[in-house]
Design a binder for this molecule. Structure first.
Ligand code: C2E
Ligand code: MG
Ligand code: MG
Length: 300
């Protein structure tokens, strides 16, 4: 609801954005986005993902960022749908993929653990050309394909399930992994799970956020974890913001988590630093007495 209002606000505002006060014709936010993509003026932040049992950072999700010259940040919930509307999502998505692969490949060359890299893929990128783009980027950056995970949403399956399945099979043949993002919110049929070559389900953040006070939501989370286990598909819970949510997920047997409690999306070097330290070790030891061993606090 909030994001819809925000979109309407930005769209209304878009018609009035000018180059400079009184100078030149009005320039819409769409035109600015198009220029920013062409000039490669967007950014990428990385949000760490963690293993629940040991607290170790195991991956990062690349998230596109757009800051206007006056410092105003435009949310991806606004500019990604806008890029889709103005047919700029393919160059934008290819740039994010290239930049993110280059960054994580560089971390690999510096040594240490190699985290997996998750990159969001728009429904509009699910076509026969994108496989060539992925292949070229993997070859030019040197990122091992098994380190890359492409996230699609259930809306891609609703748009054209056959195309999504064929494309995911092609991408997987390159050696990359496939995740279903925002799982549980897309109104899609569960039957696709049997046919889609999927490696991980990313449980939408609304579940982690509601399950501590809604019994039915906790039951859904428990069921999705069981489904993942039965199918041999990993399940990551998104949007973990509180220790209460983390503790319940741990009790339910969730293996992987991502959320503000553990780490926010941050610039590349900050993300790399965060991944090196198990997340529990970043908290004051006395604040989590029950979890000290599990989170690696006593490991050293
Ligand atoms: P997403 O792929 O589901 O990414 C997770 C979003 O949840 C991110 O929002 C992240 O900042 C936010 N988040 C993470 N932890 C928490 C938490 O604990 N609480 C809350 N409330 N939020 C949390 P962000 O960065 O604003 O991105 C929003 C969406 O925009 C993404 O959702 C994804 O659908 C889309 N997006 C972002 N970058 C790209 C991109 O490069 N390509 C495409 N196609 N979509 C992108
Ligand atoms: Mg995502
Ligand atoms: Mg998500």
């Amino acid at each position: 609801m909030e994001s819809k209002l925000k979109v309407r606000y930005v769209e209304t505002r878009a018609a009035t954005v000018k180059h400079a006060r009184g100078a030149g014709p009005p320039v819409t936010l769409e035109a600015r986005l198009s220029a920013a993509v062409r000039r490669r003026e967007l950014g990428v932040h990385f949000q760490p993902q963690y293993e629940v049992d040991c607290g170790q950072g195991s991956g990062v999700e690349a998230l596109a960022r757009w800051t206007l010259p006056d410092g105003e940040e435009i949310s991806p919930t606004v500019f990604i749908p806008m890029a889709e509307r103005i047919a700029m999502i393919c160059p934008l998505g290819a740039w994010v993929l290239g930049h993110a692969c280059e960054t994580v490949a560089r971390w690999g060359r510096l040594g240490g653990r190699a985290p997996t890299l998750s990159v969001n893929v728009s429904t509009h990128q699910i076509n026969e050309r994108f496989c060539g783009v992925i292949d070229r980027i993997l070859k030019s950056t040197g990122l091992p394909p098994a380190q890359l995970e492409l996230e699609i949403t259930e809306s891609a399956l609703i748009a054209d399930a056959e195309l999504a399945i064929v494309c995911c099979e092609e991408w997987r043949a390159l050696g990359v992994h496939i995740a279903v993002d925002d799982f549980g919110t897309g109104y899609s049929s569960l039957s696709y799970l049997a046919r889609l070559p999927v490696d991980r389900l990313k449980l939408d953040k609304s579940f982690a956020q509601r399950m501590t006070f809604e019994k039915k939501t906790a039951a859904i989370v428990r069921s999705v974890l069981a489904l993942g286990k039965e199918m041999g598909v990993a399940v990551l819970a998104e949007g973990v913001e509180t220790e209460q949510q983390f503790d319940l997920l741990e009790r339910l047997g969730c293996q992987q988590v991502q959320g503000y409690l553990l780490a926010k999306p941050v610039p590349a070097e900050e993300a790399r630093a965060l991944l090196i330290i198990p997340w529990g070790a970043r908290l004051a030891p006395m604040s989590r007495p029950n979890h000290a061993t599990a989170r690696g606090l006593h490991a050293a």
